[in-house]
Each structure stands twice: as structure tokens, then as C-alpha cells.
Design a protein around this ligand. Structure first.
Ligand code: NAD
Length: 325
């Protein structure tokens, strides 16, 4: 699947955005990346990289000196459970991301463009339908009636509706993907905003053999994790499709956090035990429902989790070693 033309990626300094820029470049696009910062772990592949705060609309307007065939809106105030579920960052999360999305939608509404993609999240789902590992759902329609468990999720729901309204009223091609826990190399692995796969890989790398690593909660909470390459594949496929309803982009291989940790421990070759401690956990169970993406795109993520964890473990290990030296 490939295309070419001009593309702009908001959030190009972030984890998914930097991989997406690489993919678009490989396909022959001229790419402009926009972010508060450049990618942390590798040089950007973008032809042009604009450092800008998207909470300021005039910064956005300045990015549109040409017509873009593809616009990707990935910029957000973002982090793992330790950032979005503590309640301490809610105002920043809501106000910053809402401003970014309102500005992006407003500026795009005044442009001619090919297609616009918005990165939503599985955090939009109603937490009452995710309270038990034996009975949970993430079928797209179950997001309503709405009751996300975080302000991050509420903002994403608001922004989904904002971009879909833009698509409907302006008869523009707008695509919305709900990402479920994306992981892989070049993702944040330290500092408080890292997600479970990178955090667990780091803990395992740093642990001495025959010791224990800390796991938040009882570790029985269930999630699915999608490797970055399949996330990018799903994103560009959705972008270039006729699908204007919201679609999950995630793995449907559910694992408990304990199982995820055991996987990383096995890859490391160490003998480690799990020490369960208090910490933010989010909903009890969540995994992507891939029936809609398969029906509408004729494609769904299919690679086994362990394969992605092995690649991520090796990358986190190299980062930990580089930080030590
Ligand atoms: P990320 O934090 O690595 O990237 C987000 C980028 O947005 C960062 O580089 C950040 O600097 C930038 N940004 C934040 N505020 C900005 C501002 N005011 N102006 C300009 N840039 C700003 O996160 P990611 O994992 O790459 O996620 C990309 C998108 O996908 C986000 O919208 C996120 O909410 C969504 N998403 C990600 C996941 C996941 O598991 N990674 C899951 C669901 C949804």
C-alpha cells in the first residue's frame, strides 16, 4: 500500500508520529513534521520540521503554505497510566489537547486538503463495560452512552466528534482511528510518561538476576498491545480507505500485565519474581475488537505480541546501557 504527494504530521516529534513520517518518506511523500520538539531517540525523516506550539492557531496557519494530500493530527498531551490516571494532570491534558484539536480543525476547515486523520484512543470506551476480565467489550459502538474513565478519554471523544463534524459539514475526507496501547522502539521508556510494555522492559533490564520487579496493582488487569509497525500500517490503510466511521486500530491478543511481565522476563533469560505494589491501573480489562476493521479494510493486525516485545526489549536494553555509559 503506497501513495505519494505532500503530507503534514502534527505530533511528528512523538513516538507514533516519528515512525509515521519515516513510512511516508519511504513511500515518496514530501513530509512536513510539526511538534513542540524533535524526536527524542532518532533524527526526523521529515523534509521540513517546524517547532511550534499548536495551542497557538497562528502557528498552525503558518504551516499551510501548500496543499496537503494527507494531514495527520497526532499531537496530544500524552502519557502512560502514571500520567493520565493519577488525576494530577487532568487540566493540562484536557485544555492542551482540546486547544490543539480545535485549532487544527478550524485551520483545516479553511484549507483544501486530500484526507485528514485524527488519532483517537481506546480510552474513549465506557469503563462500566470494562470492569471485569470475564465480560468486557471494545466494539466501536459501545463507546456510547459515554463514560470514559479519564479526562484524556473524554477529550478524545470530544475531538473525534469535532473532526467527524468537519468531515460531514465540509464534505471532507476525515478518518478517525482509535489506537489501543501502541508500543515499540523509539517510545518513551523512562521519566513517568512511559507505557506498560516499555516500563516493564526497563524494569526487567535494570533488575539484577534473582530479584523482583514492581507491578502496579495485582497485575491481573487485561490489555492488548499493538506493535508500532502494524499501527502505522493500519493508520495509512484507514487514511486511504472510504471508511468514515471510527475504527479500532489495536491488537485483539489480550494479556494480563503479569503475563506481559513474564514474557519480558523470559526474553531476558533472567529469573525474576513480581512484587505487586499500589499504583494507577485504569480499567480492569480492555482489548481491541477487530471485527469492524477486518470487515471494512479487509485487514487487521495479526503479529504475535511476543515478537514485538522481543524487539522492544532489545531497544530498551540498548537505551539503558547507553544511559549508563
Ligand atoms: P507522544 O507523546 O509520543 O506524541 C505526541 C506528540 O505531541 C509529542 O511529541 C508532543 O511534543 C506533541 N505535542 C504535545 N503538545 C503539543 C503542542 N501544544 N504543540 C505541538 N505538539 C505538541 O504520543 P504517541 O504515543 O506518539 O501518540 C500519538 C497520538 O496517538 C496521540 O494523539 C495519542 O493520544 C494517540 N494515542 C496513542 C496511543 C499509544 O499507545 N501510544 C494510544 C492511543 C492513542
Amino acid at each position: 500500500m503506497s501513495s505519494s504527494g505532500n503530507a503534514i504530521v502534527f505530533g511528528a516529534g512523538g513516538f507514533i508520529g516519528s515512525h509515521l513520517v519515516e513510512r511516508l518518506k519511504a513511500e515518496g511523500f514530501w513530509v512536513r513534521g510539526v511538534d513542540l520538539k524533535r524526536p527524542e531517540f532518532s533524527p526526523t525523516a521529515a523534509d521540513d520540521f517546524v517547532i511550534a506550539d499548536l495551542r497557538n492557531a497562528s502557528n498552525l496557519e503558518a504551516c499551510f503554505d501548500r496543499t496537503f494530500d494527507e494531514i495527520y493530527q497526532l499531537a496530544a498531551e500524552m502519557g502512560g497510566a502514571g500520567y493520565i490516571f493519577t488525576g494530577e494532570n487532568d487540566f493540562d491534558i484536557f485544555a492542551s489537547s482540546a486547544a490543539i484539536n480545535l485549532n487544527t480543525a478550524r485551520v483545516c476547515a479553511n484549507q483544501k486538503f486530500g484526507s485528514l486523520y485524527f488519532a483517537s484512543s481506546a480510552c474513549v470506551y465506557n469503563h462500566h463495560k470494562q470492569a471485569s476480565v470475564d465480560d468486557y467489550t471494545c466494539v466501536e459502538s459501545s463507546a456510547y452512552p459515554a463514560e470514559p474513565d479519564s479526562e484524556y478519554g473524554w477529550e478524545k471523544l470530544f475531538a473525534e466528534r469535532l473532526f467527524q463534524t468537519l468531515g460531514r459539514d465540509l464534505k471532507a475526507r476525515v478518518r478517525v482511528g482509535r489506537y489501543h496501547n501502541i508500543f515499540g522502539p523509539l517510545g518513551t521508556w523512562d521519566g513517568g510518561r512511559e507505557k506498560a510494555p516499555a516500563a516493564i522492559c526497563r524494569k526487567v533490564v535494570q533488575a539484577a538476576d534473582k530479584t523482583a520487579i514492581e507491578i502496579w496493582g495485582d497485575g491481573k488487569q487485561v490489555r492488548s498491545f499493538l506493535y508500532i509497525d502494524e499501527c502505522i500500517e493500519g493508520t495509512v490503510r484507514l487514511m486511504r480507505s472510504d471508511v468514515d466511521e471510527v475504527v479500532n486500530i489495536g491488537s485483539d491478543e489480550p494479556v494480563s500485565i503479569n503475563e506481559l511481565a513474564e514474557m519480558a522476563i523470559e526474553i531476558s533469560g533472567k529469573t525474576l519474581t513480581l512484587n505487586h505494589v499500589a499504583g494507577p491501573q485504569g480499567v480492569r480489562a480492555r482489548s481491541s475488537d477487530n471485527r469492524l476493521i477486518e470487515a471494512r479494510l479487509g485487514w487487521r493486525p495479526s503479529r504475535p505480541l511476543k515478537e514485538g516485545i522481543a524487539k522492544t526489549y532489545a531497544w530498551v536494553e540498548s537505551q539503558v546501557q547507553a544511559a549508563r555509559s
